[in-house]
Design a binder for this molecule. Sequence first.
Ligand code: EPZ
Length: 422
Amino acid sequence: MQGFLIRGGRALSGSVRVGGAKNAALPLLAATVLSGGVFRFRRVPDIRDVRVMTGILRSLGGETTYHPAGPGGNSELVVDTRHLEGTEIPEALMREMRSSIVLLGPLLARFGRATASYPGGCVIGPRPIDLHLRGLRALGAEIEESGGYIWARAGRLRGADIHLDVPSVGATEQLMMAATLAEGRTVVRNAAKEPEVVDLQRLLRAMGARVHGAGTDTVVIDGVDRLYPADHEVMPDRIEAGTLLLAGAVTGGEVEVQGVEPDHLAPVLAKLREAGADVQVGPDRVRLRQVVRPVATNVRTQPYPGFPTDLQNPFLALMCTAEGTSVIAETIWGNRFKVAEELRRMGADIQTEDRIAIVRGVAQLTGAEVQATDDLRGGAALVLAGLGARGETRVLGAGCVDRGYERLEERLQGLGADICRF
Ligand code: EPZ
């Protein structure tokens, strides 16, 4: 098992360029199924989840070629779907990454059929897909769930007026993609407003789709007969950016993240300032200086533009050594405080009760051997805790962090952290 060895207590300083967003790249790659052709994506992060998605596209007959970034340049991923005709998502890859469920809609829209194994449970809580399936049925798909499998069939999908019970990111993306080739108009109400949904709309429009409203709670799609390949630059990863800023805060340092869209980070910057950081914002960069001991700050995760659930665990790590007591409420996922157990091994004083964590700040954490769970954001939180802790921390389970962070240890080394992979 790979891990990270961290010698804590050093204030980070320097600038780092943020990569492309994992949670934009995955639906963008799923959208390539909607049209046969050659797509060029820039700024795709070289992370495990992207490799799973390209693996699925190849298993369906697509071809993918990754050109790593040159110094300071952008990586390029070429996706060729001219011979993509498979419609069955491989079970092993489905199990490895639940969000591949968003492929159902594009496969149905393009080929009229799709098969997937029922995505297994997930460490952050049940990952239901009822809104995905209900939406696809509203578009005219016949979907059977039996024996752990999902069988979907459809003639041409028909536009529908769909109201999501919760603003699900994946369901919004799935239905936007499926509706692009449906007959007539589809309206997705109570849609997720995340920037990654807006990035997907950008690609779909470039492919010839008639979509508008992404970023608001109502997305409207007028179906067309066919779509075309397009080139696209993936938006910057706001969660990676927030994680790196938090690394600066937890070590009492000064960190600048470059190549970001500051607006995407607004809810996070507000909380970092509340926690005592000096935050300066430029057109495509954010600089954080933490010169005082962090101040206890309450957080309630919310759909965008609220505080993102994916930065809840990294923020929890910061609150472990804040002055005072913080209350962290996780409203999106049912079980996203598993990392607390590991933080306690480092001396944190955290009590969790269902979806609430109460953190009493201590002066400093102490390095220990800790285990990253399957929640990659919990793994990142343990790395942050190790950076600020006294002594040596071994974070076991680097593999799960690699699902969503590209060579995190190299980015942190660039900021002066004493961290290496073993
Ligand atoms: C996306 O997951 C992200 N993943 C998650 O990031 C993120 O935590 C989540 O959105 C919320 O922002 C990707 O984009 C690949 P949801 P997704 O559907 O789409 C309920 C990370 O660490 N729900 O918005 O799966 C669900 O139970 C990952 O990068 C239903 O009830 O999340 C949850 O409570 C973790 N029925 C809420 O909606 C459904 O059919 C939000 O889920 C679907 C969802």
